[in-house]
Design a protein around this ligand. Structure first.
Ligand code: SAM
Ligand code: SF4
Ligand code: SF4
Length: 348
């Protein structure tokens, strides 16, 4: 099977816009120990909310199998995410198995770090390369509110220190900037991490899913954040580390390190998007804003062999033409309300 670009499906499929499949994000579970209002607001994800059952979720064997198939097709980067991936008590065992797949040159994990400190060393020993830690502010009260009243800032900071000691570096710190919520605390956060070697990445608040009541007015553009930063420190742009890097990089002129900007709303980067996302119940999504995905779990549990699964995955990728963020600005408000997959299912 070939697509318009004439590339065969069995290796390195390219989608309708010529983008290769390079990056697979695997959501281990849909549950989380936080209730960040921009992702899993407590009003929606309350005590009665029905999360996936163990039976519905992919087993580790199934995850390893699908990841191996994806790597055979050209994926080189794997990221474990969630929900909160560290709620999976056997995550280090899974990491050890994924690390053995030949062809994986980047194995990372995204976490809110509440449970990281006790397992950081174990994860590193299992073969995890690095972690991305979500931390929106260093103001204790705002942090508490932004975690839905569940997070403890001191514990997260300990998690970051443990990641550093375990060599899970460079540690990246993801900070969602929301107007009127934490935007006035961003410079303090940057100050804290200057000179530490950790890379703070400021993320524009995104209209993912349908449950966070996203409003454009609450988005602080990267341009605005940059202007704010320049009032305190001189910075200059740096070349991307690799083609398709999501964050636009800047560095402090005084050598205190690097800052990234992820500008999905104001400066979309769909043209180089090579990411697929696998939900905890084995549905493959080709865009963070997709309305629907395709189950790989069902054919797998119905007896499909590896070749058949590879074929299904290739076909999904070959027909992909997603570029939601590029279309968003011209989207009518009504269109923006179309059903979209929730972030906690596909892990950012
Ligand atoms: N629970 C883990 C964590 O928070 O790091 C992993 C999953 S979480 C969905 C992955 C990332 O998505 C986090 O860095 C989080 O800040 C980001 N995120 C969630 N909702 C977002 C939104 N509406 N806009 C921008 N980023 C968002
Ligand atoms: Fe949980 Fe991460 Fe979503 Fe916050 S952003 S609710 S920590 S999945
Ligand atoms: Fe990729 Fe979709 Fe985001 Fe565009 S909007 S960068 S296609 S995930």
């Amino acid at each position: 099977m070939q697509n318009a670009a004439g590339v065969t499906a069995k290796t390195n499929p390219r989608d309708q816009m010529g983008r290769p499949l390079r990056d697979l994000r695997i959501s281990l579970l849909d549950q989380c120990n936080f209730r960040c209002p921009y992702c899993m607001p407590e009003t929606e994800f309350h005590a009665d909310y029905e999360f996936l059952t163990r039976q519905q979720r992919l087993s580790h064997d199934e995850i390893v199998r699908l990841a191996s198939i994806a790597v055979n097709l050209g994926v080189t980067k794997l990221r474990l995410t969630g929900g909160e991936p560290l709620l999976d008590k056997k995550v280090a065992d899974l990491v050890a198995r994924l690390a053995k797949i030949e062809g994986v040159d980047d194995l990372a994990l995204t976490t809110n770090a509440m449970l990281l400190a006790p397992v950081a060393q174990k994860l590193a020993a299992a073969g995890l390369h690095r972690v991305t830690i979500s931390l929106d502010t260093l103001d204790t009260d705002i942090f508490r509110a932004m975690s839905g009243g569940r997070g403890d800032l001191a514990t997260v900071i300990k998690g970051i220190e443990a990641a550093e000691q375990a060599g899970l570096s460079p540690v990246k710190i993801n900070t969602v900037v929301q107007r009127g919520v934490n935007d006035h605390t961003v410079l303090d956060l940057l100050e804290h991490f200057r000179g530490s070697g950790h890379i703070v990445r400021l993320i524009e608040y995104m209209d993912v899913g349908n449950r966070n009541n996203w409003r454009l007015e609450e988005v602080v553009s990267s341009r605005e954040s940059l202007q704010q930063i320049e009032t305190r420190w001189p910075v200059r742009p740096v070349d991307p580390t690799y083609h398709g890097e999501v964050a636009r990089r800047y560095e402090y002129v005084d050598g205190a390190g690097e800052i990234g900007f992820i500008s999905s709303v104001t400066e979309p980067f769909c043209g180089s998007c090579s990411r697929a996302r696998l939900s905890a119940d084995g549905v493959l999504y080709t865009c963070l804003f997709a309305s629907a995905g395709t189950s790989l779990r069902d054919p797998m549990r119905n007896g499909a062999d590896d070749e058949e699964l590879a074929d299904i995955l290739s076909r999904i990728w070959l027909r992909r033409n997603d570029r939601y963020s590029e279309l968003r600005p011209t989207d009518a408000p009504l269109k923006r309300m179309r059903s979209k997959v929730e972030m906690y299912r596909v892990g950012g």
